[in-house]
Write a protein that binds this ligand. Structure first.
Ligand SMILES: [Zn+2]
Length: 109
């Protein structure tokens, strides 16, 4: 399924975005207890209480940063929240504008 909001990396053109979290609590229910930690089998990994540190390209690690226009005080600081991420994507990546057509093009056929 295609994303409604599109990310396109300015460095490599990759469209997969990664969210980097810190201070996260990770829960991994153990499926099979083994005698060495390398043989342990887990059901799944669940992350709780993480703090978003930054968003970056999943391929090349290009970090999304504030610009003068988004926040002059935080210019060049990594973007670390959803609202700013949306702003960045709207202003730096060409969007499809699904269900969100610009007013001037509303009646265009
Ligand atoms: Zn990239």
């Amino acid at each position: 399924m295609e994303n409604k909001i599109r990310f396109i990396c300015q460095d490599c053109g990759c469209t997969k975005l990664a969210e980097i979290q810190i201070h996260a609590t990770v829960t991994s229910p153990i499926q099979k207890i083994a005698t060495t930690e390398f043989d342990m089998t887990y059901d799944y990994t669940e992350i709780q209480d993480g703090t978003i540190e930054r968003y970056q390209c999943n391929n090349c690690g290009f970090i999304l940063r504030h610009t003068k226009d988004s926040n002059i005080i935080l210019e060049n600081q990594p973007i670390d929240n959803f609202d700013d991420l949306m702003w960045w994507l709207e202003h730096n990546c060409e969007q499809h504008h699904i269900g969100k057509l610009p007013k001037e093009n509303k009646n265009e056929t």
